[in-house]
Design a protein around this ligand. Structure first.
Ligand code: C2E
Ligand code: MG
Ligand code: MG
Length: 715
């Protein structure tokens, strides 16, 4: 007999009759029970608490207690509420059976006991108990789930008019668990007045058709906060096919709705300004275009871009930038509210204002009569920028550039319309900002040209269409040629020779500049090495860098490789940078310049005087040379201010230990002025324009020849 298995059922036997008790205990143990025994009421209660039996066999009459009262007491305890209690009565006391059930007994057995039947009976009682327990558990789980889901189940019987339902139904409809409407009318009274007729209609259609349906409505809860409910209804028929009952579920979906609304907001609205975002705008636009096409109407897109946003965002931080965007959104909205010209009475949603991202806003004007209407709105928008914005306690003036594209005049599809609006805006920026411009066809042509240019620029690198021209640099003191500047040209197969001003900015925009720049460094070093036998050992080759190249991480490696491949000493290479390149990430710029300088590469600031940097800033940079911009040299003989600038720049540069190159020397007077101010090196058409390699050598020979020590070099 396996008494100690954890799963052995525990039985408590309570009887004062020793013989009965021993027989019961023996028999139960034989059947696999783990048995405790008690002979009176007090022992019974103690054993019940200690053993926690799975079944209790209780004699009706005990010496110190009434077995039925004991039964009641145990039922009253939470631990005994669902315990199977089997009463043991005598054959002569059948009256107590009735009382036993009232006292909460589960079953009874009669003395003298029929042991063969007994075990089956007990097992049956226990199984019934288990099933009841499982049912109770799943009902409680269901109720719990329904409470969490705020979901109630209900049923209505058309014949009897009876309404049944779970607690949650009352919670949803009346804020009171367990409450149930007495009639369908009673239910409708809980639907808020605005939705009531709709729900009534749905219910009566449902009962006529017998088809299941579901419907959402708001609950009449006497407060301002809407409670949204979702009702599911299905109909049940009897054997004859008549509808006899309807049943379904009712759920509080208020939170669900709020979440959905939030998801919608996140997906379609911009978090900073609360305006519709790009996604929403695109949807709107395509819907508007469809309507405009059907009704043969015009619509306009206004692209609004802030002119100084990046500066404000970079220097004052994002929170100020965000604040500005919000204020701009407010003013744009204001401009649209005031626009009466453009709004025609029948256009639904006449305008949409959206933020496309960054500092780009877009206005969609539906149903305009003439394109000029869009111009009027654009002007009203610009007027909104006349007042300063208050940012962080400061008055800040910000202007906007607006590009306008009109359907169907400028484009008929969404994509092209957006592109044309953007092009028109870009045009305003090019022309000095703070204005508006309609899209014109030649903007397209120019944009196309630019695209073509980009494509052929990319090809030009592979096809080796670039050339370097060289312009000599002369030492002011000796008149000797001491170096040259390499200047790029593009030998275009159709367009001929193209100067750098025409393609470098485009190459910078589209990223090809890095590849081009790498080629320039290699080619300049290669050329220098090729000429080495004919040039002084300290002859210096200058190469211009672009901002993108400077920002590139591999610049130092590129320089190392070019020098190594060509076998040129680092001191023979000079890199020309501009002031603006050095303005951004100062720490990084310093690091980069130092690693170049540590190698011995010379560093010059090109076009000095046209940027914003101060000499105070420059003195922290490991540079070796300043190139005074051509614009100061040009008027050095006529404009005393330019002369003063040149003179003091030279003086200050010398104080910082820098040499000074004057570019753009075209006349002898300019040369003489620069020499008298102390300029170290001279460069300009007076000596030579930039020349292709053979012409450069030829010029060099001639120049030297004209200056005596006649040492000719091969071309
Ligand atoms: P920059 O570096 O200031 O070059 C001087 C420019 O002035 C050159 O124009 C040169 O031809 C011109 N110049 C020289 N002497 C005189 C003169 O006496 N009078 C006048 N009016 N002009 C003179 P270029 O070759 O058209 O180059 C223009 C700019 O393009 C350069 O200005 C430089 O910023 C850029 N650039 C040229 N080559 C490269 C290159 O390989 N890479 C990069 N990133 N930029 C380059
Ligand atoms: Mg230069
Ligand atoms: Mg220059």
């Amino acid at each position: 007999m396996n008494k100690l298995t954890p799963s052995a059922p525990r039985a408590l036997v309570v009887d004062d009759d020793l013989v009965v008790r021993i027989a019961l205990v023996d028999y139960l143990e034989e059947a696999g029970f783990e048995v405790e025994e008690a002979e009176n009421g007090a022992q019974c209660l103690a054993a019940f608490e200690a053993q926690r039996p799975d079944i209790l066999l209780l004699d009706v009459s005990l010496p110190d207690a009434d077995g039925l009262e004991l039964c009641e007491q145990i039922r009253a305890r939470t631990t005994g509420a669902h315990l199977p209690i089997v009463m043991i009565t005598g054959r002569d006391d059948l009256a107590s059976v009735e009382r036993a059930y009232r006292a909460g007994a589960t079953d009874f057995i009669i003395k003298p006991l029929n042991f063969n039947l007994l075990i089956h009976r007990l097992q049956f009682v226990m199984r019934a108990q288990q099933t009841a327990e499982q049912l109770r558990q799943s009902q409680s789980n269901l109720a719990h789930a329904q409470r969490i889901a705020r979901l109630g189940a209900w049923e209505y019987n058309f014949n009897s008019g009876a309404v049944t339902g779970s607690d949650e139904v009352g919670q949803v409809l009346a804020g009171q668990r367990g409450w149930l409407p007495a009639t369908p009318e009673d239910f409708l009274a809980r639907v808020c007045a605005e939705d009531r007729e709709r729900v009534r209609e749905a219910l009566s259609t449902g009962v006529r058709s017998g088809e299941a349906f579901d419907i959402d409505f708001r609950v009449a809860n006497g407060s301002d906060d809407d409670v949204h409910a979702h009702l599911d209804v299905e109909y049940l028929r009897d054997g004859a096919g008549h509808i006899t009952r309807m049943r379904g579920s009712l759920q509080d979906v208020t939170e669900h709705r709020a979440t959905q609304a939030r998801i919608h907001e996140l997906a379609f609205y911009d978090a900073v300004t609360g305006l519709p975002n790009r996604t929403y705008f695109r949807e709107r636009l395509s819907a508007s275009l469809a309507i405009a096409e059907r009704r043969n109407r015009r619509l306009a897109l206004l692209f609004v871009d802030l002119d100084q946003f990046k500066r404000i965002n970079d220097s004052w931080g994002h929170h100020v930038g965000d604040e500005l965007l919000c204020q701009v959104a407010g003013r744009l909205g204001e401009a649209l509210r005031r626009s009466d010209v453009v709004c025609r009475f029948d256009a639904q949603e006449k305008t949409t204002l959206a933020r496309l991202g960054g500092d780009e806003f877009v206005i969609l004007l539906n149903d305009i009569e003439r394109p000029e209407n869009a111009g009027a709105t654009a002007q009203r928008v610009l007027d909104q920028f006349k007042q300063p914005f208050m940012l962080d306690g400061n008055e800040v003036f910000v202007s906007g550039s607006i590009g306008i594209a009109v359907y169907p005049d400028d484009a008929t599809d969404e994509h092209t319309l957006l592109k044309h609006g953007d092009l028109a805006m870009y045009q305003v920026k090019q022309e000095g900002r703070n204005g508006y411009s309609f899209f014109t066809a030649d903007m397209n042509t120019r944009a196309m040209e630019r695209l073509n240019m980009e494509a052929s620029l990319r090809r030009a690198v592979e096809r080796e269409e670039f050339r370097l021209f060289y312009q000599p640099k002369i030492a002011a003191a000796s008149g000797e040629v001491i170096g040259a500047e390499a200047l790029i040209r593009w030998q275009h197969p159709d367009l001929g020779l193209i100067g750098p001003q025409q393609f470098i900015p485009i190459a910078e925009d589209c990223g090809v500049i890095v590849a081009i720049g790498t080629w320039v460094i290699h080619e300049a070093c290669r050329q220098l090495a090729a000429w080495s036998g004919d040039l002084p050992a300290d002859f210096q080759m200058s190469v211009n860098l672009s901002a993108a190249q400077f920002a590139q991480t591999e610049l130092v490696e590129v320089v190392d490789e070019a020098l190594a491949t060509a076998g040129v000493a680092p001191a023979q290479l000079q890199l020309e940078l501009t002031e603006t390149m050095l303005m951004g990430d100062v720490r990084r710029a310093l690091q980069l310049l130092h690693s170049l300088r540590d190698r011995g590469v010379a560093l010059a600031i090109d076009d000095f005087g046209t940027g914003y940097s101060s000499l105070n800033y420059l003195k922290r940079l490991p540079i070796t040379c300043l190139k005074i911009d051509r614009s100061f040299v040009r008027d050095v003989n006529n404009d005393p201010r330019d002369a003063a600038i040149v003179r003091s720049t030279v003086a200050l540069a010398h104080n910082l230990g820098l040499s000074v190159v004057a570019e753009g020397i075209e006349t002898e007077q300019q040369r003489d002025a620069l020499i008298s101010f102390g300029g170290d090196e001279l460069q300009g058409y007076l000596y030579s324009p930039p020349l292709p390699p053979p012409a450069f050598i030829e010029w060099l020979n001639n120049y030297r020849g004209a200056r005596a020590p006649l040492r000719r070099v091969a071309g």
